[in-house]
Write a protein that binds this ligand. Structure first.
Ligand code: NI
Ligand code: MN
Length: 225
């Protein structure tokens, strides 16, 4: 399957022929100025929590694409109030079947408020079971709950935050990779803002020392997994 990185925590995954966009934040990302938001189309937009740096470009892309939103109940309700009525609410521990595969909503340790101050429900992550099985952790600390992930899924790869300060840093992400039983990790939520700038070589070396791979994609790069 193809995976495209649009910076920060924004990924477009092609799953069984459908386009799944995660946490779109492009317009206000200084590092992603070369990405043309208007050209991005998605069949589904998955939103891990309500923070601005995860929802900023949801409305324009979802409207242009007639996409279905997948997020917690509070986020789905907030977007429905803005006329984005195609939404599928999930809550923690729940899973649902879609035309591309199954999505399970799992715990994240973080916070969640929408840009206008509306309560954003609890933050989460997603396990996607499609032509590949992967875990998009969302913004999260390292949490012992991650030990449940291998009971739910055998992962082909995982997308983990590594930028520290607002989420776990790469050292904790190495432990997360161990807990979730996954060797192939794609980094997210780093470099966008001053407090989350990281040393790429050190981050990669930390994973390598643990017998794991950390992939840091260029913004706009597509890889085949
Ligand atoms: Ni956040
Ligand atoms: Mn964030």
């Amino acid at each position: 399957m193809e995976l495209t990185y649009y910076g920060h925590a924004t990924f477009l995954a092609k799953v069984n022929g459908k386009s799944l966009l995660f946490d779109p934040f492009i317009t206000y990302n200084e590092l992603a100025k070369h990405i043309e938001v208007a050209s991005i189309r998605a069949d589904y937009v998955l939103i891990s929590h309500g923070h601005q740096d995860h929802v900023a470009d949801v409305a324009p892309i979802a409207k242009a694409s007639d996409a279905t939103l997948i997020a917690n109940y509070e986020i789905i309700s907030w977007f429905a109030g803005q006329g984005l009525e195609k939404g599928h609410p999930l809550n923690h521990g729940g899973k649902a079947v879609f035309d591309f595969g199954t999505v399970k909503f799992v715990n994240a340790v973080h916070s969640s408020v929408l840009p206008d101050g509306t309560y954003g429900g609890n933050p989460g992550g997603f396990i996607v079971y499609g032509d590949k099985t992967f875990y998009f952790a969302g913004d999260t600390a390292l949490t012992i709950d991650m030990q449940l992930i291998p009971r739910f899924a055998t992962l082909d790869f995982a997308i983990l935050p590594i930028g520290d300060n607002f989420t776990m840093g790469y050292e904790d992400a190495v432990m997360a990779a161990e807990m979730i039983g996954c060797k192939k990790i794609i980094g997210m939520h780093y470099d966008t803002f001053a407090p989350i700038k990281i040393d790429h070589a050190k981050a990669k070396a930390a994973f390598e020392a643990a017998g794991k791979e950390l992939h840091l994609l260029e913004i706009g790069q597509t890889i085949v997994l």
